[in-house]
Design a protein around this ligand. Sequence first.
Ligand SMILES: Cc1cc2nc3c(=O)[nH]c(=O)nc-3n(C[C@H](O)[C@H](O)[C@H](O)COP(=O)(O)OP(=O)(O)OC[C@H]3O[C@@H](n4cnc5c(N)ncnc54)[C@H](O)[C@@H]3O)c2cc1C
Length: 511
Amino acid sequence: MRLRRILGTVKSNMTTVDHIVAGSGIAGLCVARLLNMAGRSVRLVEKAPRIGGSLRRFRRKGLPFDTGFHFTGALGENGILRDMLRILGMRDAVRPLFPDPDQAHRFVFESLGKEIDVPCGLPRIRARLKDVFQGESRAIDGYFDRMEHVCRGTSAMSLDALSLSPRPVDEDYVTLQETLDELTDNALLKAVLSGFCMCYGTAPAQVSFANHARICLAMYEGVARVEHGGNAFIDAFSDLFKAGSVDISTGTWVEDCLDIENDRAGLFRLNTGEEIAASSCVLTMHPFEILRTLPRDRISKAFIDRIEAFEPSCGFFSVFGETDASENDSPTDQIVSLFPDIDLNALLDPTRTDDSALVILNSAEPVGTRTRLAVTGLEIASQASVAPWRNTRTGHRPPEYQAYKTERAERMLARMKAYSGVYGDRFRLLDNASPLTFRDWLHSPDGSAYGVRQKMGQYNLFGKLPVRNMYAAGQSAVLPGLVGAMVSAFMICRAVLGKDAFARLLHQGRQ
Ligand SMILES: Cc1cc2nc3c(=O)[nH]c(=O)nc-3n(C[C@H](O)[C@H](O)[C@H](O)COP(=O)(O)OP(=O)(O)OC[C@H]3O[C@@H](n4cnc5c(N)ncnc54)[C@H](O)[C@@H]3O)c2cc1C
């Protein structure tokens, strides 16, 4: 029995379990599954009424839309995501949809009237960019060589070499902007090379080149959407949980950590009043929510100051609609990004309220006997843009907020229509969402898309917490996005289970 024995009488509302996992986004689901695969019993507690966090899809007029998972890298044969899915036992349940590698991304620079197609696969991208940016071969090769060098030197890029204290590389101490400035004076090339900042929400002048490389290299190598979007992951985990011993409680969170001895909690009280004796508790929520969960008398002011200094990554204003255009007119396998400015730092400035970078994604969705084309537009939107309504909740916001949403959606649609007629008369808007919508639906403190902003030199909240049998994981812990959140889950499980048991788990999962 791994559990610490609780002395005294056992209360009727007290349960024992090996581990509690809080938060059921991709990070919490992975932690619960891995611990369960290692033979441990798990209670997964989720504040929302349903599990899945940002992965969960929703429907409008019968058409499914993704909330916070649209595409990812690392699903190719040697990708770390594919490896993680194999180990989790869900490789067959999550089916990638790979785009035409020649035109996976289109970057549209609206003010210049210029479109650049960025293919997948490093040799292809190098060749395409050298063709577009004649005379910039040295800069282009320098950029991709450095990315490959960083990823080769990063232990977190391989599950067999994970550690809670990875060794930094030189590029952890230089920003993406500094690297680009050193490589070239060509502002448009710099914009193209930093365009994927939108996939983690931190400006080039703030993110280290190393973290940019760790997040983006896999996307340069190949992006994919997933059949049935984020629901494919949720359904696969749910099936596996039914067969194992993972108990799920929704509408539930850890309210108190009790029975603390030698900096370890023996008992965790939920908001429902239930008390759970567990040997550890893994928290996968936003760091501000983790801070709220920890007992205040056990944490130092320095620790609180460190967490409260974190800034949000960007948020998104989103439009969701449907187009009657055929798949030929409206390709479903191309990710189109519209840039009103070539300065990514300006586009990701948290005080910006003007138009910003806008990503358009189309997906063909079978609904009944028909295939319908769902269109999602995601425009970077700062918390500043919704500041006047910060203290209101979904369903109780004033008419001024609705007016703001209508006006912003119209501006986005005008830009989308200017790019392609398929977003004109043949397009039907079904809904829209601001960072406040995301904040309230996802139980996040600020509606940011990627948790905390990954600023160079920042000491993220990850690993063991001041109450030593409590751990932090999730998208703010290591790197943002689906892959980053999953890697944090694997790293935490290595710490909880120990390196030998974790190695056995990897081996068993890969059989
Ligand atoms: C609009 C948008 C688009 C995105 N697009 C992509 C994309 O295309 N590709 C990609 O890789 N990433 C994308 N992301 C980012 C991606 O969704 C996240 O990085 C990832 O899903 C985060 O997973 P997580 O488990 O860390 O957190 P979440 O998915 O946020 O899950 C956290 C869970 O914790 C719950 N919770 C909160 N507080 C508590 C508490 N006290 N107790 C219990 N539960 C609690 C929440 O309800 C939630 O279910 C996008 C995000 C957004 C918002």
